[in-house]
Design a protein around this ligand. Structure first.
Ligand SMILES: *Cc1c(COP(=O)(O)O)cnc(C)c1O
Length: 387
């Protein structure tokens, strides 16, 4: 990205923005202005709400993890069940919202990047539903780790392009998708899967994921008659976390806790930098190149993080901690055995932290863990790690 221009929109304190070449600026600004046009349009919202209910299966439950709570003692643990959504994770909320926007904009083709495969599956699913062709870019290493998800996307009619550059991970897939958008901007909509990237994506993805905290707030008030002590969510790019936090940000008494993998701790160990078109805390080496990361959860294995999380961290409104792959693997097994719920390895990081936190809190405290996805996609990998 050579000639960089800075757009004033889309800042969260010193983070965010849009640092992209001029040929990308035009299509991204257009998506931003169309998003702002439609986000409060009752017809658009009615359509979005219709599909969330009839297709995704919302609202999903806020389940009291009674066995787990009894077993570890301390605060009550509730699980916000994004794992029960159609396609098995929170990503469909955002894919659906952006694809309905693309349709309104008259786009003829969808492209997306994917790491774990979940966003690719969500995008391929939503594309099939609205009848638009889609191309999914995925790092070569990730296509091997998540071969079943590749097949799933193909079944859904998507073309999956394995990106065999660099380390063959999510970062390279994102670069490839941007190049495609530059080349095909007239008819193509780039559907970003997390609250990352240049303006307007962090704001737009948060908007579509906010349904998580909109529901959980209503549900916890019904069940407990009060707001929770803490919300705990895993943070890769940060979309499930920002959606789980959104409706509580102004409720200062609610602790907002993001859990990063210790093997890719963008907030805990990153430095402010412009990376892939936006400014945020980023894991860089001495030469300013992205540092290799190595999380067991492909969806968390990324050097960057959504700019609003860097901002919430800088103001102290958000707390950011880490959990190791080992701790997540243990939580994966614990939740499966104790509650009969197999969590995604990503979500297992949040479960691991919540189990620690619960013991530090009192019995009348309440923790909501955002269970971002189900672990079926990870069972083969966990089998290999445990056997
Ligand atoms: C992709 C994914 C994540 C990480 O993405 P965020 O944008 O940080 O939410 C977390 N959990 C699951 C189940 C995922 O598929």
């Amino acid at each position: 990205m050579s000639r960089e221009s800075v757009v004033e929109q889309g800042y969260f304190g010193e983070f965010g923005g849009s640092f992209v070449p001029d040929e990308l600026k035009r299509p991204l600004d257009k998506i931003g202005s169309e998003f702002h046009k439609y986000k409060d349009d009752p017809k658009f919202l009615e359509e979005y709400r219709y599909y969330l209910k009839e297709y995704v299966g919302r609202e999903n439950p806020l389940t009291l993890a009674k066995n787990l709570t009894d077993k570890i003692g301390g605060a009550k643990i509730y699980l916000k069940r994004e794992d029960l959504n159609h396609t098995g994770a929170h990503k469909i909320n955002n894919a659906l919202g952006q694809i309905l926007l693309a349709k309104r904009m008259g786009k003829k083709r969808i492209i997306a990047e994917t790491g774990a495969g979940q966003h690719g599956v969500a995008t391929a699913t939503a594309s099939a539903m609205v009848g638009l062709p889609c191309t999914i870019y995925m790092g070569k290493v990730d296509t091997e780790r998540q071969a079943l998800n590749v097949f799933r996307m193909e079944l859904l009619g998507a073309e999956v392009v394995a990106v065999n550059k660099g380390r063959g991970r999510l970062k390279e897939a994102v670069d490839e998708a941007f190049a495609d958008l530059v080349a095909n901007q007239e008819d193509t909509f780039y559907l970003i899967g997390s609250a990352v990237g240049p303006y307007p994506y962090p704001e737009m993805v948060k908007y579509f994921q906010s349904v998580i905290s909109e529901e959980s707030k209503k549900q916890i008030l019904e069940k407990e008659g009060k707001l929770p002590t803490a919300i705990v969510a895993c943070a890769g790019g940060g979309s499930n976390a920002i959606g789980a936090f959104a409706n509580y940000i102004d409720d200062k008494e609610v602790r907002l806790i993001g859990v990063e993998p210790a093997e890719a701790p963008s907030i805990s160990q990153g430095i402010p930098a412009v990376f892939q078109g936006y400014r945020s805390l980023t894991l860089l080496d001495e030469n300013g190149d992205p540092k290799p990361t190595n999380s067991i959860a492909a969806g968390l294995d990324y050097q960057g993080v959504g700019p609003e999380h860097s901002y919430l961290n800088s103001t102290g409104r958000g707390e950011y901690v880490t959990a190791t792959g080992q701790e997540a693997l243990q939580a994966f097994q614990d939740l499966s055995k104790i509650e009969g719920i197999i969590p995604a390895l990503e979500s297992s990081h949040a479960v691991a932290h919540a189990m620690k936190l619960a013991t530090e809190l009192a019995e009348d405290d309440v923790i909501i863990v955002n269970l971002s996805g189900r672990g079926d996609k990870d069972v083969n990998q966990v089998y290999d790690m445990l056997k």
